[in-house]
Design a protein around this ligand. Structure first.
Ligand SMILES: Cc1cc2nc3c(=O)[nH]c(=O)nc-3n(C[C@H](O)[C@H](O)[C@H](O)COP(=O)(O)O)c2cc1C
Length: 207
């Protein structure tokens, strides 16, 4: 098994972290870098990384996250926020994105037209801008957790939270953005629990 696949087996949803073990700043920055370099649909980069360091804030978040102990026992806590209003044109954020996309005015306008068409087609399929940006956050989350495992760091994704409470605690402007997922990083205090997976035969269909 190569090192990457070994990391995929090492990673598990760590339920409690060793509070005495802290991730080095250098390795934590690498985890953030793996999030930054993750792909995003149309290259819009809607995910923002909110690193929660304040002890009081962590305790309040734990309450809003169904009292899950990972929130306060982890070494580093990252809330993945997703931009909604800024990625909905017209916006100065999208002007900046389109500037990167096209060399001249005509190319930029063409790209914006294509982008608007894409959002409309999503809407017709029942996928709101919010749904779409949240999907991008999950891709970044996956990269970060897999990279962490690759360097021997444990993680737990947290989707179990009361969104309204979390929004209040973090003072999220819900018109502009939303909290998509919360990631805990640190070191396991006990062996990983048994992991259940369907076999490839059950999961894969070749046509
Ligand atoms: C999007 C997402 C949200 C999750 N939210 C939680 C959570 O709130 N609390 C928790 O303990 N585990 C959470 N998990 C972990 C899953 O329960 C876990 O990944 C699954 O049971 C498989 O176990 P494994 O990751 O250890 O292989 C979440 C996983 C994902 C992908």
């Amino acid at each position: 098994m190569n090192d990457f696949l070994k990391a995929m087996h090492f990673r598990h949803a760590c339920k409690i972290f060793d509070e005495n073990k802290k991730i080095s700043n250098e390795q934590f920055l690498e985890i953030l870098e793996s999030g930054r370099m993750s792909p995003s649909s149309m290259g819009v980069e809607p995910t923002r990384f909110l690193v929660i360091q304040d002890k009081g804030l962590k305790e309040r978040l734990r309450e809003a996250c169904w009292n899950q102990i990972q929130i306060t026992s982890c070494s580093h806590l990252v809330v993945l926020k997703s931009l909604i209003q800024p990625v909905t044109p017209p916006s100065s954020y999208m002007d900046r994105v389109s500037l990167r996309r096209g060399k001249n005015d005509g190319e930029q306008k063409k790209w914006v037209g294509y982008y608007n068409k894409f959002l409309k087609s999503n809407e017709a399929r029942g996928i709101s801008v919010r749904n779409w940006v949240e999907k991008q956050a999950y891709i970044a989350a996956s990269s970060m957790m897999n990279y962490a495992a690759f360097i021997g760091i444990d993680s737990c994704p947290i989707e179990g939270f009361e969104a309204k409470q979390v929004d209040e605690i973090l003072q999220i402007d819900t018109f502009k953005e939303c909290v998509s997922i919360i990631l805990c990083f640190g070191y396991r205090i006990k062996e990983q629990q048994k992991r259940y997976r369907l076999s490839l035969d059950e999961l894969v269909e070749y046509r």
